[in-house]
Design a protein around this ligand. Structure first.
Ligand code: MG
Length: 379
């Protein structure tokens, strides 16, 4: 086994769990976190939640589950080559999207709009905060506590962004937003691995769906360069394989670049331990050239894929479903299962947003049918 670097997060030096538990006997604390995440109900539901495409538009598109697995794979490669904790970064990667609503960002934006008017300290809806809420409160699996009772380091990594208002009420995991320090290096890795994963698989899914074309992608420097290299090496290869080889080569280049850039930054900053690394500013990064190229790719995907009229049609429908579910439940909370009934309006609204956020794409569509279509009222 490779020895961890001095600045790696060590399981045995964890800042602990919210509820004390005996140490695990045959695995580390971070491994236990990862295992709890894999067994969570919210993790299984990721299979039927959208990344960009509505779930089951096609069986080969990424879902939140396969996306999370790809993020974990990339994060682990990075962690191992930088001698950081693979277990911690894997746990963070697998949990990072647990709070996602059905229908991807469209669902989140709509739920946020629905929740905006409620209680300033808890108003709005944000998927990072919701992921933390899932692991801290909403999972009901253990006798002694709500949630999964994960280690501080895993929870800190899940909470990628957060407003100062929210940070102040979140306690230990919110503190870094007030102090303006960084999360662990493993959390920083998981975050960049997320970006590498979605940029690349969205190209793949975009091409497969026919919403993007190879001609369009040739205008994106990072894609054009790798594509030309693949074609040069294999001039007669079938297009599908050329695309896969191009994406494979891009992911490799990005991983190598992060490893080299981060190693150099670590060598310069020389943090003595994981705590010191948090005070160094962001240490996990692309080189500036690659950052520039990755940003250009992101911009291209935003304009050509996420804003494609066919995607907008789907997201528009998705937003309507979320909006109508929310207002129907708010008007008549008795449409919800009894566990979700509350007297206080704000608490009621939060329970509704938890209920909707927990839905898969297809469950939300079915629920909408059940509530709004006559003839199906006894479902
Ligand atoms: Mg993600």
């Amino acid at each position: 086994m490779i020895e961890l670097a001095v600045y790696a997060s060590k399981s045995e030096q964890s800042q602990g769990r919210r509820h004390q538990e005996p140490a695990p006997s045959n695995r580390s604390e971070f491994q236990r976190d990862r295992d709890r995440i894999v067994h969570a109900g919210a993790f299984r539901r990721l299979e039927y939640k959208t990344q960009v495409f509505i779930n089951h538009e096609g069986d080969l598109f990424r879902t939140r589950l396969t996306h999370s697995l790809e993020v974990a794979q990339i994060a682990r490669v990075l962690a191992r080559s930088l001698r950081l904790s693979e277990d911690l970064t894997e746990a963070i990667a697998l949990a990072h999207d647990l709070g996602h609503t059905p229908f991807g960002h469209a669902g989140q934006d709509e739920l946020n709009a629905c929740m905006r008017e409620f209680a300033p300290e808890a108003g709005g809806f944000e998927h990072n905060l919701q992921s933390l809420r899932v692991v801290d409160e909403l999972e009901e699996r253990y006798a002694a506590f709500n949630g999964l009772n994960l280690c501080f380091e895993t929870r800190e990594g899940i909470l990628k962004h957060c407003s100062l208002t929210h940070a102040k009420r979140l306690g230990d995991v919110g503190q870094r937003f007030i102090d303006r320090t960084q999360p662990s290096l493993e959390a920083q890795l998981a975050n960049l691995a997320d970006e590498i994963a979605y940029n690349n698989h969205d190209i793949d899914d975009g091409l497969r769906s026919g919403l993007l074309t190879l001609e369009q992608l040739q205008t994106v420097p990072i894609f054009a360069r790798h594509y030309a290299q693949v074609l040069k090496a294999w001039p007669n290869l079938a297009t599908r394989r050329v695309v896969s080889e191009t994406i494979r080569s891009m992911i490799n280049t990005l991983i190598t670049d992060v490893t080299q850039t981060t190693s150099a930054k670590l060598a310069q900053a020389q943090p003595d331990d994981a705590q010191a690394a948090r005070r160094c500013g962001p240490l996990v990064a692309f080189s500036s050239d690659v950052r520039h190229e990755a940003d250009a790719l992101k911009k291209f995907l935003f304009e050509n894929l996420y804003r494609h009229y066919k995607v907008i049609r789907m997201t528009n429908k998705a937003r309507r479903i979320v909006r109508e579910l929310f207002s129907a439940f708010l008007q008549e909370p008795r449409l919800l299962p009894p566990d979700y009934w509350h007297d206080d309006k704000t608490v009621q609204a939060r329970a509704i947003s938890d209920y909707i956020a927990g839905m898969t794409d297809r469950y939300a569509i079915r629920e909408h049918h059940r509530l709004f279509r006559m003839g199906e009222q006894f479902d």
